[in-house]
Each structure stands twice: as C-alpha cells, then as structure tokens.
Design a binder for this molecule. Structure first.
Ligand code: GDP
Ligand code: K
Ligand code: MG
Length: 292
C-alpha cells in the first residue's frame, strides 16, 4: 500500500447521456491498469465502477446513476442521489458525444451540474468520427453553457488523448492515501460474497467432513488485460492436514468440483467470465490467530 508523500488520490464520477461512451472510456482506462467491473446493480449508493492505480496516483471511479431526465417518481429520487454524489466526489467528468448535436438531454444535465461546486471536466468523445475543424464548434457550444475546468477531446474507443485526460485528472487530485490495493477494483462486499460462494460449495460437497470453521480468503480479483475474464485466486484455509486431503480429493477431483460450481455462481454474480484458481492451506488455530 502506498502512503508516500506526493501520492495523489481521489474520487471521480463519470456522467453523461447514454451511449456517449462512458463505459468505453472506463474500460480503456481500467482495462490497462487493473480492474473488475460489474454491471450488476448494487444497493450501495456509491457504486465503485473501477479503480485506476499508478505509481503516482489512485483514481476511484464512482457511478452516478440517475443523472438523466427522470421519467417517474423514482427518477426524482435518483436525481437527488446523483446530486449528492456529485457533491461528494473530487472531480466530475462530463462525457459528451462529438458527433451528436447539442440538445435538450445535454441541457438537462448541464442544469443539474450548475448546482455543484465540484470541478467539472468536459470530455468530448468520439473525435475519431469528426473532422478536426468541427471540433472547435463543439467546444464553443459547450463552453458557453458552463464553466469547465478543462476541456479534453478524446476517442475512448481508440484511446486518443486518454493519457492526457488521466494526467489532467491527476493534476486536480489532492495528496492522499491509496485507498485500495493495486490489484483490487471492486469494493469489499463482492470479495466477501465470492469467498462465501466458495465456502458454501466446500461445505456442501464435503458434507460433515469439513467443519463450518473453514475459511476462504480471496487473494486476488483482477480483470485480465484485454479480455472480459476476471481472474480470481482464493485460498481455502483449514485447521488439519486430513481436512486438506478431503477438500483436494482423489487426484484433485473434489477441489475441481468445488471450483467448477463456485465459478458458475461467481460468473452469474459478476456478469463476466471467471477464471478461478483455488489453493488449500493448513493453518492451525487460524481462528484464534485471526482474533489477535
Ligand atoms: P455509455 O452508454 O455512455 O456507457 O456508452 P458506451 O461506452 O456503451 O458506448 C456506446 C457506443 O459508442 C458503443 O458502440 C461504443 O463502441 C461507441 N463508442 C464509444 N466511444 C467511442 C469513440 O471514441 N469512438 C467511436 N467511434 N465510438 C465510440
Ligand atoms: K454514469
Ligand atoms: Mg455504459
């Protein structure tokens, strides 16, 4: 973990209308530098979409649901949630589509943004689809609507200018701690659920032979570069060598079965393909040790 002087960290919210390229941007940023992302809705107010960690900084991307025009009552509520989130983050990336004419959807979001003191970057995406000359017009249109701290044209798809965007973001962050380990990208609840799913399979398949005290520690959970696969490495911790033998089974057959069943559930949980690697470790009295 990094707590060195000069290390910067902060929370950033990516907002914008559907299809402007928010997910593509996040995937591009996170895809190279860690991450697991789940599209599953979560009940927590501030869903972490991804964590970018470099030697100099850590940027935690926070989802901001409900920034669009509300269609019903829940929409009004979501709008409040969105505005609270915008207040709490350090920086807002407002992503727009360079190929789309400015319209009421953007007007609506800009009205909401006017109420926040958080610095806002205008990120003009899909510049690979327009002529350089046309970009100036797009910039001018938006500039007159709101005071953006930075205006950054990018192509999230091809990666053009994304490194510049990351630099600009880092410039706006304050010195701070590394909140999450470099290999971690989801918040704790998901890791916990994953470990519980594995534990459940162990207990179910081994019946009474393995006590409930068996523990599962998810060591790594990481999106593999340029794939949709999430790598998960986890250790099953037992107290006796005999228990280790049972969990591994004949020629590894039991562990294989545990892994296959757990993987199915985890894939459903995360909504992505999972490569699951399991180890079994004997650690005498781990419960007592853990308590001290
Ligand atoms: P979101 O709804 O804002 O998350 O948008 P997505 O990231 O899902 O992107 C919507 C569509 O726009 C997808 O088909 C993307 O491939 C496409 N897209 C996103 N960024 C770019 C870009 O920079 N250039 C081009 N040409 N297409 C893009
Ligand atoms: K969003
Ligand atoms: Mg999206």
């Amino acid at each position: 973990m990094n707590n060195q002087k000069g290390f910067k960290s902060g929370f950033v919210s990516i907002i914008g209308r559907p299809n402007v390229g928010k997910s593509t941007l996040l995937n591009h940023v996170i895809g190279q530098k860690i991450a697991i992302m789940s599209d599953k809705p979560q009940t927590t107010r501030n869903k972490i979409q991804g964590v970018y960690t470099s030697n100099e900084s850590q940027i935690v991307f926070i989802d901001t649901p409900g920034i669009h025009k509300p269609k019903h009552k829940l929409g009004d509520f979501m709008m409040k949630v969105a505005q609270n989130t915008l207040r709490e983050v350090d920086l807002v990336l407002y992503v727009v589509d360079a190929t789309e004419a400015f319209g009421s959807g953007e007007e609506f979001i800009i009205e909401k943004l006017k109420g926040t003191k958080t610095p806002i970057f205008l990120v003009i995406n899909k510049i690979d689809k327009i002529q350089p000359d046309d970009l100036l017009g797009v910039i001018e249109t938006y500039r007159t609507k709101l005071d953006f701290k930075e205006v950054v044209p990018i192509s999230a798809l091809q990666g053009n200018n994304v490194p510049t965007l990351m630099e600009q973001i880092t410039n706006y962050l304050e010195e701070g701690p590394q909140y999450y380990p470099s290999d971690q990208v989801t918040d704790h609840p998901e890791r916990f659920v994953v470990s519980e799913l594995i534990r459940e399979k162990v207990l179910h398949l081994t019946r009474e032979e393995i006590p409930h005290s068996v523990a599962v520690n998810v060591e790594q959970m990481k999106k593999r570069e340029n794939t949709d696969t999430v790598y998960i490495g986890a250790t099953i911790i037992v107290e006796r060598t005999s228990q280790k033998g049972i969990i591994i089974g004949k020629q590894g057959s039991m562990l294989k079965e545990v892994g296959q069943r757990a993987r199915g559930d985890i894939e459903a949980l995360l909504g992505s393909k999972v490569f699951l690697e399991l180890w079994v470790k004997v650690q005498k009295d781990w419960r007592n040790k853990a308590a001290t």
